[in-house]
Design a binder for this molecule. Structure first.
Ligand SMILES: [Zn+2]
Length: 137
């Protein structure tokens, strides 16, 4: 038994080095173990790097929001915030609050529109969602 090679079938290429994989199973994704390992390592490194970048942006957003709260400023033009290093897409929470989009950066919450941050404030009585309040007597 064998199989007929279909015309125009693409020869698979190694996901790491791009070399054609000329032998082995047709679903092989790497030309050799070294390429497979290198590819996994590169992906893991990219994942760690992405995580570090997001955490760094969250931290930087928090520092800015915290400075605003401490200065009594609860509203800011979004472009001004971005100029100061604020990254709008990095948040720790989101919920629709009435007609507003409420975002969170750790214990600071704010509403954000396309042009403005407002109602920036610290959340009082922060408790972790996974640690429900103890029963009160
Ligand atoms: Zn390869």
């Amino acid at each position: 038994m064998g199989y007929v090679k279909k015309m125009g079938r693409q020869i698979p290429k190694c996901l790491h080095c791009g070399e054609q994989i000329k032998y082995g199973r047709t679903d092989k994704r790497y030309c050799c173990d070294e390429c497979r390992n290198s590819h996994y390592n590169a992906q893991a490194k990219a994942g760690r790097s992405f995580r570090r970048r997001v955490l760094s942006q969250l931290s930087s957003n928090y520092d800015l929001l915290d400075r605003l709260v401490k200065a009594g400023i609860d509203s800011l033009d979004l472009m001004d915030a971005v100029t100061m290093g604020f990254v709008p897409g990095v948040v720790t929470s989101y919920r629709r609050a009435g007609k507003h989009d409420e975002y969170g950066c750790f214990d600071i919450k704010y509403y954000m529109t396309r042009t403005r941050l407002f109602a920036i404030s610290k959340i009082q009585n922060v408790s972790l969602p996974l640690q429900p309040d103890k029963q009160r007597q």
